[in-house]
Design a protein around this ligand. Structure first.
Ligand code: GDP
Ligand code: IMO
Ligand code: MG
Length: 419
């Protein structure tokens, strides 16, 4: 058996959480492979709206195993809050396992994130300030603390040592902070983290694959936020792409099956960095309003724009996407002419790729397609959709050379149309 992967193809918030929840009934294991509480994955069903940050989006399906993989970074305080929030819903929660090799976000990692952003001034990344960058720095710098370390006898000593190093760095930044309360909350919350099974998850995954269990690896962020291939330095600090599922769960590349690429029918970005097809007009405002484009983690307004074909092609290639899933088609209703960026103009030349230099100075070149008026949110089948919707889908499939198998027309589980 091979593991399938589901990930975002744009700058995050494509609707990954919704689709993982929709697909979970077909799987035995849902496994998050990278990122941390910078993610906000929203699910809606039976009138309940819920946002998950660290916990995989299969958690509301009893009988399924949810796994937080070694590639994830965990803030015990946020993790505890997620558990409390899920329990408050009083609906059954499925089994949750955590990799011993997942790294811990310390309170001082969060302070370092804030200090680094402050020092960057106008050049700031627009980080979610959850401590993601500093935690992955300690991971690759070989200084990090991991979930499996929590029960070690020298855990507190190692914590203190890393904290002292961080304090020296904070002094370098000349950054004011209050650590005592953050630290107390952090140590208190370890109790909840300890109450779950900590496992060597790569072995668990290998056995599951051997026993023909069906695994869906859930990505966070999106391809254009990938540490290697995203719009560096305006990226996150992990590999958000299919290869990240290999390193973040211990799945061999030849054991990857389907790769589901999730994208919005338009495009959004939260935080700083280039966004060639960004809109600053009333259509941009309309997308933000109708699409309710506010960050699920930070509440920040998301920047909105037209779909970007060169960027999507790039993401499809890097991820080896086998199926596309188009989200938020309903949000485009009522727009007379839909535009799609097919090329960029740079220094008088047309290009169809994201260049290394000057990616702040790209002028988008658009193809225009007819829009539609019909509200798609009530549709029960795509056959009821107007011809302009079908034309948009057919054109996207033609240029992206990949089939679109799901079209989402609302935030609820039920508002999911299959092709
Ligand atoms: P994720 O990070 O990729 O899981 O996406 P987020 O949850 O951060 O953002 C997606 C937002 O769009 C959430 O508020 C979802 O409830 C909502 N959403 C998902 N699919 C659709 C859709 O097809 N139509 C509309 N209108 N909203 C959707
Ligand atoms: P999900 O999984 C959208 C963005 C931040 C910032 C940059 C770096 O919900 O799609 P970080 O906190 O990682 O240091 O921030 O990445 N970012 C996201 N944008 N969705 C996300 O996750 C994001 N996670 C990080 O806004 O620009
Ligand atoms: Mg999100």
């Amino acid at each position: 058996m091979k593991a399938d992967v589901l990930l975002g193809l744009q700058w995050g918030d494509e609707g990954k959480g919704k689709i993982v929840d929709v697909l979970t009934s077909k799987y035995d294991i849902i496994a998050r492979f990278q990122g941390g509480p910078n993610a906000g994955h929203t699910l809606e069903f039976d009138g309940i709206k819920h946002v998950l940050h660290t916990i995989p989006s299969g958690i509301f399906h009893p009988g399924v195993v949810n796994l937080i993989g070694n590639g994830v970074v965990i803030d015990p305080v946020i993790f505890e809050k997620e558990i409390i929030d899920i329990k408050a819903l009083k609906i059954p929660m499925s089994e949750l396992l955590i990799s011993k090799k997942a790294h811990l976000i310390l309170p001082t990692h969060k302070l370092l994130d804030a200090a680094s952003e402050k020092a960057k001034g106008k050049q700031k990344i627009g980080s979610t300030l959850k401590g993601i960058g500093p935690t992955y720095m300690d991971k690759t710098g070989r200084n990090g603390l991991r979930v499996g370390d929590i029960s070690a006898v020298d855990f507190n000593t190692r914590y203190e040592k890393l904290k002292q190093k961080h304090i020296q760095l904070l002094n370098f930044y000349d950054f004011e902070y209050e650590l005592e309360k953050l630290e107390k909350d952090w140590f208190d919350s370890l109790v909840t983290l300890k109450s779950f099974d900590h496992i060597e998850s790569e072995h668990y995954i290998h056995n599951a694959l051997k026993n023909n269990k069906k695994i869906l690896a859930e990505g966070a962020q999106g391809a254009l936020l990938d540490i290697d291939f995203g719009s560096y330095p305006f990226v996150t600090s992990s590999n958000t792409i299919t290869a990240g599922a290999c390193t973040g769960l211990g799945i061999a590349p030849n054991k990857i099956g389907e790769v589901f690429g999730i994208f919005k029918a338009y495009c959004t970005r939260v935080g700083s960095g280039p966004f060639p097809s960004e809109l600053f007009d009333e259509i941009g405002d309309k997308l933000a309003k109708v699409g309710n484009e506010f960050g699920s983690t930070t509440g920040r307004a998301r920047r909105c724009g037209w779909i970007d074909i060169p960027a999507l092609k790039y993401a499809i290639n890097i991820n080896g996407v086998t199926q596309l899933m188009m989200m938020k088609a309903d949000v485009l209703s009522g727009i007379d002419t839909i535009k799609a960026c097919t090329h960029y103009e740079l220094n008088g030349k047309q290009i169809d790729y994201l260049p290394f230099e000057d990616n702040e100075n790209l002028t988008p070149i658009y193809k225009e397609l007819n829009g539609w008026d019909m509200d798609l949110m009530q549709l029960e089948s795509l056959s009821q959709a107007p011809k302009e919707v079908h034309n948009y889908i057919a054109w996207l499939e033609e240029v992206l050379k990949t089939p679109i198998t799901i079209v989402s027309v609302g935030p609820d589980r039920k508002q999911t149309l299959y092709r």
